[in-house]
Unconditional design. Structure first.
Length: 188
């Protein structure tokens, strides 16, 4: 970000929030991604077996309902679920790695309406194919060397919130002077 500021180049950072990410993940997609990543059939069968044999009930007014079969998604609280979700996101990385840089569903690219439109279209296709839908209203947009008016305009088109820099991302300060001791306090 510092380089973009120094060179007065416009940069877009779009942090994606997936809507009900654990609930909507398709198992056939997860199995295919694991296959592409080189997981053996025995391992994949174990994972799919654990997922597809899931049954649960919910509490309604404090009383559990009859058990029902889970047909997609990952179980909340299951220690394996975050790792399986990361594997699923690898599919998104694979289809976008030539166009943009992605890190934990954060897209960084040149600021333009066309790039924003292409990103939203690509994420829509990702949802239609793999079942992971973005929650645009919880996603955020950061502009570097971009006027506030243009950032607000783009955010309203995308339907997301605007985040100013410096900010904290995954517990790490972004866009601030890391030569200052004060900026390390949240890490140390």
């Amino acid at each position: 970000m510092a380089w973009y500021r120094k060179k007065k180049k416009e940069l877009m950072v779009f942090k994606v929030d997936f809507e009900k990410a654990f609930d909507s993940l398709r198992w056939d997609y997860l199995d295919e991604i694991m296959k592409k990543l080189g997981f053996g059939s025995k391992w994949r069968n174990w994972i799919v077996g654990c997922l597809s044999n899931s049954r649960t009930s919910i509490l309604v007014n404090g009383t559990p309902t009859a058990e029902f079969e889970i047909l997609k998604g990952l179980r909340q609280g299951d220690p394996l679920s975050p790792f399986l979700f990361i594997i699923a996101i690898e599919g998104l990385h694979a289809i976008t790695s030539k166009a943009v840089n992605i890190d934990d569903a954060t897209f960084v690219g040149e600021w333009s309406h066309q790039n924003a439109y292409n990103l939203i279209c690509m994420l829509r296709c990702f949802y239609l194919i793999f079942g992971l839908k973005i929650n645009v209203h919880k996603s955020s947009l950061v502009g570097v060397s971009v006027s506030d008016v243009n950032i607000i305009d783009m955010a309203s088109v995308l339907g997301c919130v605007v985040v100013k820099i410096p900010m904290v991302y995954l517990g790490v300060p972004v866009g601030c002077n890391m030569n200052r001791i004060d900026n390390w306090k949240c890490i140390v």
